[in-house]
Ligand binder design. Sequence first.
Ligand SMILES: Cc1ncc(COP(=O)(O)O)c(C=O)c1O
Length: 398
Amino acid sequence: MPTPSRRFESVPPYLFAEVARAKREAIARGVDVIDLGIGDPDIPTPKPVIEALCAAAHNPRTHRYDESANGWPAFLNAAKEWYAKTFGVPSADQGELCQVIGSKEGLAHLAWAFIDHGDVAIVPNPGYPVYKVNTLMAGGEVFEVPLREENAFLPRLVDIPTEAARRAKLFYVCYPNNPTAAVATSEFYADAIRFCRDHDILLVNDMAYATVTYDGLLHPTALQAPGSVEHVIEFHSLSKMFNMTGWRLGFAIGNPGAIQALQAMKSNIDSKQFGAIAEAGAVALSGVDNRETMALYAKRRDYLCDGLAALGWEVPKPKATLFVWARVPRDDMSSAEFCAALIEKAGIVAVPGNGAGSEGEGFVRMSLTLPGDVGGERYAEAVRRIGESGLVPSRAGV
Ligand SMILES: Cc1ncc(COP(=O)(O)O)c(C=O)c1O
């Protein structure tokens, strides 16, 4: 067999191998493992969405190629209305939209649509690896901006060197943020848009967790700022908002030229999502209230964060996302060592922070989507086991 493309050499090694091995061993020993690893909604997709899929699958119109320009019209119309209703941005100010096969696909192909050899994308560290990996595979370079606790996990724009900004074409940001669970403000978006305007950069705003928020938070968007459509493309996903990770559906919205470039790239690679899925996605966007699911995540969050605080491990309560981002509560262990010990001594899987970038070292990520948890009881059990493990020194972080 010929060797695969050298492009793959730019894909970083899998950092969770040690944790995955320890998890397999614990399961083999018969341990009842509590897996707080991946953030994948454990509640089924809402019934009206499933019913809409079934009905649409019977319609022969969905059995053929979707020959629309940017995506299934009913889906894009629902997305426009949802965006206007949720964030108060009228369709006249939204730019254009295109459907994506999950936001991962769109975020990845945007790099391929814009990055040539020698071009730069500014990416967050820690961050969702897709931005960096696809920039590198497309032959570009990344400038990594650190997301640090002292800056509320927002990138400090003044620290980005002029040379990097001059060569950059894309600036990926993600709020509500994976992995840090940080949220952004309208002021941050205004500053980022000004920065992008000054350096002719496209701001790529990944909002995969747009309405996965708690305590009544309505997260701002970049397109709310007047005139921002000149400099912004934003990605939204049905995956986390409506428990639809497996369905592979989302949309990009914003600068018409950027949408056209993305759509041009996509039209050479995919032939759009199954129309029945898009039809069901329209039902999710126009008629599903996800507040009950969010209330369950918030309950789990409270069990976990309050319980850990009672052990002496103070972890911030996230206002959004499916994650708790916590400092490793002891000085003598790296993130990976602490996660390995958590499996070993407590049967709990957490993700080492450095898996999302070097700046994540010293942190662990725990998800709020544990299958089988009905009302927080498995999170209470996780806290009990962490307490018994002795891994949290008393009064850590207090
Ligand atoms: C920050 C972030 N962006 C994008 C995605 C991709 O989601 P999807 O492709 O399911 O829309 C994820 C998934 O975990 C994510 O965490």
